[in-house]
Design a protein around this ligand. Structure first.
Ligand code: GLN
Length: 264
């Protein structure tokens, strides 16, 4: 068995180690004896969507998103068709925003792919935090890091998770990301998949099912260290109030004499 993974525009969309997601996908396939071919598509290259079983669209600054937007426009209809035909996609932060109709920044309107009927609006206060989500699809809470100026309004789509700690899509909705068909779109950088092996395996299982037409049982791997790290993060943050806003956090920190808050 083999999966072909497309890494879209790694020269422009690769913030906070999003590429680690690719390495995780590759390793978790290889450890199970499944071949993994990764094809990077730098901006401007021609993408053969039909040859791809899984796509990663990473995050970027507003400037990089503006640059990438013109390349994405050229492939929008093909990309949309691929998603509608159950293509498996992980879109992170800037990549998530670009799946929507538009991203309105402080300077300009960046046209999105319109694959998801959602939109994003910039606000001056950035939402920066560790983040913990719950989703009954996963046994463990999903943990990660978010840093975005955009607020994403997802309408009736299913979220990727309910925010237990952190900000999420808008800072107030209580939800984070979107799951649509075989797409996971999320603000979680980090990289997401090495921290959350279950999320990685969900993508792999869906990609294998689509390619081979039937459920492929994924051989369990020892994820002991990952689970211990997950536990450490959830213990550390879940007892705190959600990080409601940067100013709120600053206020709490300055009340504390600028020292780091002690975790109880
Ligand atoms: N530029 C976008 C924002 O600030 C996305 C940033 C990112 O990918 N981290 O909202």
């Amino acid at each position: 068995m083999k999966l072909t993974i497309g890494h879209l525009y790694p020269d422009l969309l690769n913030l906070y180690g999003d590429r680690g997601n690719i390495m995780c996908i590759q390793k978790r396939l290889q450890w199970r004896g499944i071949e993994a071919e990764v094809i990077p598509y730098p901006s401007g290259s021609r993408i053969d969507f039909d040859s791809l079983d899984l796509i990663l669209l990473g995050g970027g600054s507003d400037r990089e998103q503006e640059l990438v937007c013109r390349y994405l426009k050229q492939v929008a209809s093909e990309f949309k068709r691929w998603v509608e035909q159950d293509g498996v996609l992980l879109a992170v932060c800037g990549g998530y925003q670009l799946l929507g109709n538009y991203y309105l920044t402080d300077k300009t309107k960046i046209e999105g792919l319109g694959i998801l009927d959602i939109y994003t609006k910039w606000e001056p206060e950035r939402l920066v935090s560790n983040i913990i989500l719950d989703n009954p699809l996963f046994r463990y809470p999903v943990v990660g890091f978010e840093n975005h100026g955009g607020r994403t309004y997802i309408g009736d789509y299913s979220p990727f998770g309910k925010v237990r700690y952190g900000h999420g899509n808008t800072g107030t909705s209580g939800y984070e990301g979107v799951i649509y068909k075989n797409v996971i779109a999320t603000y979680l950088h980090g990289p997401l998949l090495p921290k959350n092996p279950e999320v990685c395996d969900t993508l792999l299982a869906r990609a294998l099912k689509k390619k081979y037409g039937e459920e492929v049982a994924l051989q369990p791997l020892s994820d002991e260290l990952e689970h211990m790290a997950n536990q450490a993060i959830t213990d550390r943050f879940q007892k705190n109030q959600p990080a409601s806003s940067t100013s709120e956090r600053r206020r709490r920190i300055s009340k504390n004499g600028g020292r780091k808050r002690r975790q109880k």
